[in-house]
Design a protein around this ligand. Structure first.
Ligand code: BTN
Length: 232
């Protein structure tokens, strides 16, 4: 397993995608600072020193269906949550589709990008960095000097264990675990689809990775990736 460490780079996801042929399953690229860190939906991901900033490669043995691919963010989320729980006590939760929360605030973001049948799993975790005042109400850092390289290895190792269970058909078990950390459950949320906004109450995450939202007494299912959810 290769573990490439940069002091500064534009984005670990970009680097891995640009050099994908040189990487094997579970190889890792990390950086102390990213100058063009990318978040989901084209957002910028601020990447100061003190964060764990890394990408690893997943090379599935067989072609992934769209449903399998939509389960990956959930798998990466629960693996990261589980790894972090092993090193720190606290109220961790999983915010569908793929954020890890601590004390109801975002601790970690995940950006998965597909290149043919390979997946670049990019993860950013607030480890030792201070959160800027203007986002302190929504984001949190562990503000702890953990050994970031060890933490990264732990997350990738945990992912490999969850992925093994996933490949062995144990998804139902994993989805139950994910639901036990479901941050959105019973919260009033707004769902943005294009320029339409729907309101409802979030319920469980179902087998195919979609989330149930109760709207006017009726349960509707929403897919990973097609909507944006905001807490009230
Ligand atoms: C999000 O919550 O919007 C996802 C953020 C993902 C950030 C990580 S940091 C390492 C990797 N490289 C990037 O440019 N982005 C991901």
């Amino acid at each position: 397993m290769k573990f490439l460490k940069f002091n500064e780079i534009d984005s670990t996801n970009n680097y891995m995608k640009e050099n994908i042929a040189s990487f094997e399953n579970y190889d890792i690229v990390s950086a102390k600072i990213q100058t063009s860190g990318r978040g989901r939906r084209g957002n910028t991901w601020l990447s100061p020193e003190g964060m764990a900033l890394f990408s690893f490669l997943l090379k599935p043995e067989k072609e992934f269906s769209i449903v399998e691919a939509t389960k990956l963010p959930l798998l990466a989320g629960i693996s990261t949550l589980s790894a972090l729980k092993k090193i720190k006590d606290g109220d961790f939760s999983f915010k569908w589709t793929n954020d890890v929360f601590l004390n109801s605030k975002k601790l970690c973001g995940i950006l998965i990008e597909r290149v043919k049948n390979d997946f670049v799993v990019g993860i950013g975790i607030n480890v030792a960095n201070k959160i800027p005042n203007d986002i302190k109400n929504i984001a949190i850092s562990m503000e702890n000097d953990y050994d970031i390289d060890k933490l990264i290895l732990k997350v990738v190792e945990e992912f490999s264990l969850y992925y093994k269970r996933f490949s062995e058909g144990k998804w139902q078990e994993i989805i139950e675990e994910i639901n036990s950390y479901n941050f959105l459950k019973n919260k009033n949320i707004k769902v943005h689809i294009g320029d339409k906004v729907f309101e409802g109450i979030a319920k469980n995450i179902v087998e195919d990775g979609r989330i149930e939202i109760e709207m006017n007494g009726e349960i509707k299912l929403f897919s990973v990736g097609e909507i944006k959810i905001e807490k009230d």
